[in-house]
Design a protein around this ligand. Structure first.
Ligand SMILES: Cc1cc2nc3c(=O)[nH]c(=O)nc-3n(C[C@H](O)[C@H](O)[C@H](O)COP(=O)(O)O)c2cc1C
Length: 299
């Protein structure tokens, strides 16, 4: 099968690279030529992060300010399939992914090209996916599939462990007590199952209902409580980002935003989920179904 596939992504810790490698293995085994492009930033973010730098990128994530990428040199002018790896940063597409989506070389190959997005996140990726979907559509791409891999531990646990990972630099067990952060090794390995599904479709370029097939394989799961928390947080992040950008000395306000996140997670979230369970959720099943469906589908 002489199909040409571009897999393009950014990865700081290597997690998304491992996912892409696992996902593309069956596609390569089927005889396709997979061009694997891990983009680099001219001024990359340091890893592990210093807390100040970590929170400091929030306004640029929310306002989708692209960063300068090192030149992307693609071997083809046309691909049978593009695989775009993404990760959310502060609920928006990460700055590197947003920069890929703004890159002229990348945009030039998108028109009428089937695209599969494969996301990795702590557990809040819905808005990032939505923004990426809109940008792909604006570039004339045909989004045919989306896959989302997450940390499956409960929200508070994954919140603690991701900070251990991002600020400490090691994807290991915090205090030897907490579980490992991020997407599990099993889920990374399991991405090859979705890759095999895609490889079978590549043979005759048949993308009809691919997303339904991926959904039946649980390639995307939308959990209502996380959807509620994320969609409630989105407008507050926009307000914070605008407010911080307008300060001549943003440092103390970024600190304040950090504490806001703690309060929102440990206090706001349980209150919101309880009130919602009592007064809203029981009367909104149709609305919730439509909203969930929006994030499960590619259109
Ligand atoms: C600055 C920053 C913000 C992040 N914000 C989110 C977020 O809003 N939602 C989420 O689920 N994960 C978030 N994450 C986790 C990433 O999406 C991703 O899973 C992790 O950084 C590993 O990605 P890598 O392959 O680029 O190393 C964030 C990570 C960073 C560095």
């Amino acid at each position: 099968m002489n199909k040409k596939v571009l897999a393009i992504y950014y990865s700081q810790t290597g997690q998304l690279r491992h996912i892409i490698d696992s996902f593309t293995a069956p596609i390569i085994a089927a005889g396709c030529i997979v061009e694997n492009v891990q983009v680099k930033l001219v001024n990359d973010y340091p890893f592990p992060w210093a807390a100040r730098d970590f929170y400091g990128v929030m306004p640029d994530c929310v306002f989708e300010v692209p960063a300068q990428l090192e030149p992307i040199k693609l071997q083809q002018q046309h691909y049978d399939l593009v695989i775009l790896g993404y990760q959310p940063w502060f609920l928006w597409p990460s700055i590197p992914v947003n920069s890929i989506l703004n890159n002229p070389e990348f945009k030039s190959i998108l028109k009428d090209t089937p695209v599969i997005t494969i996301g990795e996140a702590r557990n809040m990726w819905l808005n990032a996916y939505d923004r990426i979907r809109q940008k792909l559509k604006a570039s004339g791409a045909k989004l045919v599939g989306n896959i989302a891999l997450v940390d499956r531990h409960v929200n508070i646990i994954s919140f603690v462990t991701i900070f251990h990972w991002m600020l400490g630099g090691k994807k290991d067990r915090y205090l030897n007590l907490f579980p490992k952060p991020g997407v599990s090794d099993e889920d990374i390995a399991h991405a090859s199952v979705y890759g095999a599904t895609v490889a079978a479709r590549l043979a005759d370029n048949n993308w009809d209902n691919l997303q339904s097939e991926l959904l039946s394989q649980k390639a995307v799961v939308v959990k209502y409580p996380l959807m509620l928390l994320e969609t409630t947080a989105i407008p507050t992040y926009v307000k914070w980002a605008g407010f911080i950008n307008n300060r001549s000395n943003p440092g103390p306000w970024l600190q304040a935003f950090k504490y806001y996140i703690y309060v929102a997670l440990f206090l706001g979230a349980p209150v919101l989920l309880t009130l919602d369970a009592l007064f809203i959720k029981p009367f909104s099943s149709k609305k919730i179904k439509t909203k969930t469906e929006n994030y499960l589908q590619v259109n």
